[in-house]
Design a protein around this ligand. Sequence first.
Ligand code: B12
Ligand code: SF4
Length: 484
Amino acid sequence: MNKHIPPEVKLKEMKPKFPRKAVFIDVQKPGGTAYGENISIGIKTVAEVAKREGWQFVIKDLEEFGLRRAYGLKITVPHLLKTSQREIEEADLVGITSTSPSHWAAIRIAETIAAMNPKAMIVKGGVHETYAAEYLQNKSEYPVDISFVGEADLSFRLLLRAIQERGELRGIPGICFKDETGRVIKTTSRIERVAPESFVLPSPELVDREAAFALLDKGNFEEGLAIPTQMVRVQSMRGCGFGCEFCAIKGKSRRVEPESFVKYLDAVLRAKGTDTVFFEDALFTIESHPAFSTLRRWTSDFAQEVRKRIPQLRFGIQSRSDCMDEKTIKMLYDAGCRSAYVGVETLSNATLRSINKALEAEAQIRAIEAIQKGGIRITASLICDIGTDQDFRRTVETLDRLEVAEVFMEAEKVFPGTKIAQGKEEEVFRFYDQPQSISTDNREDNDSFLIREIGLINERYAMAKAILESNYYKREMGHWIRNS
Ligand code: B12
Ligand code: SF4
């Protein structure tokens, strides 16, 4: 391996030039591409920052192939990167994003890039780096020069300026790197509550189109439409605020103002020639919950703006059943909402309490009925390996009886930064450093730190199959779509 040049030295040695060049890489989806073939919004957001700073860049999507599969076929990382060899050799900066399950793949890629272009500044961000930055930078050989901790809309801009103006790394908030002596430097956290208007939204040309999810595909629901619908994914929100014990989303929820968001949405849809959207906001209707009343008017203002500007809009959201009251359901339907991905987890009260979900099963059932009655199709998301066999069986039978349009389940996982990772951080970090050779029958569990026995998890998938297969078709193990 080449001797690693510390980032502060790299920065000093960079020759003045303009425009500068960057390569951004989205690594892989451990679960394959069943839930979308699209490049992550995170890497598009940092690419947008680079664009605004006048940098030239390419975005390389290795997800189309998947490093896990590539390894199975004995294809090496250099081979995968060959199509971008010239761009990588000419790059001043290479930016990589990953979740925890795709972290090991990102590191293989960073190692290869460091060998291909030892002078390039290699930076990495995303949810894994957010929680593991210091641990990772402490390693004797870590091929990433600078780890970004948390949202990078501001800190990445400051890095690009520091490169351009030969500035200092130490004044940039929310980064972690090694100095010349090998000491780990972690700068102050990013500013927690930057104004919503300082959100960077990827410009329309950076947003991709993809085949719509089954519940948003008009061909499945509107007569005479056989052409598969195309959709885009956008996001108006950062953070959540609920703090469920297994969830890696932290921080208070913040949103782009509804008016400017709808203007942005209109521009994206026109550029992409579609009217179908899936919102990646963690909890689209959060302000319908009494605990989040400060955001109270967001959904109604959004719905009003949509009716004015994009009356043909069709969209899907993610939410919780206690954030979907009748008024909200009607408002959403009138604005074009046709699907809601709802985190049900289980319909056993004891198990709901044990995972801190702050929801009662009866209330969830009432909400599911109301949402469906309101014309919005539901994807019910479950954690398959919590509670007893009987709890799980009853949960799946109830969803079948309620005729929910889609049932999606996966095993409970431990991700860094979550409440369930507390006390075993080192073990969790170490796990995600390596590719894992074992997994359950559901590809969504690939490369993840599972809590329970694989045998038990697979039995639960089989149990769900036995219940659902007469009325649902199997998209993947753990992912069922209702026949009618
Ligand atoms: C959208 C999404 C997906 C989509 C992605 C497709 C798409 N077109 O975007 C799909 C469905 C494919 C997906 C798949 C998976 N996802 Co997902 N996903 C999300 C979701 C809902 C939104 C992510 C997002 O777009 N955020 C918006 C951007 C702007 O924020 P961001 O990504 O954090 O990026 C900012 C910073 O992190 C930083 N940053 C990020 N990358 C980089 C790179 C550089 C170079 C720099 C400088 C900065 C930087 O700057 C950005 C701007 O501030 C999040 C939950 C959430 N609400 O955040 C879960 C989430 C990221 N997913 C998660 C997981 C686990 C998965 C899966 C493994 C599925 C599974 N089995 O659970 C797969 C694997 C994906 C992979 N590549 O590894 C977890 C990750 C937990 C963890 N520690 O790993 C999350 C947090 C959900 C959760 N509740 O726990 N996902
Ligand atoms: S699971 Fe849903 S409600 Fe809970 S913290 Fe995560 S995004 Fe928020």
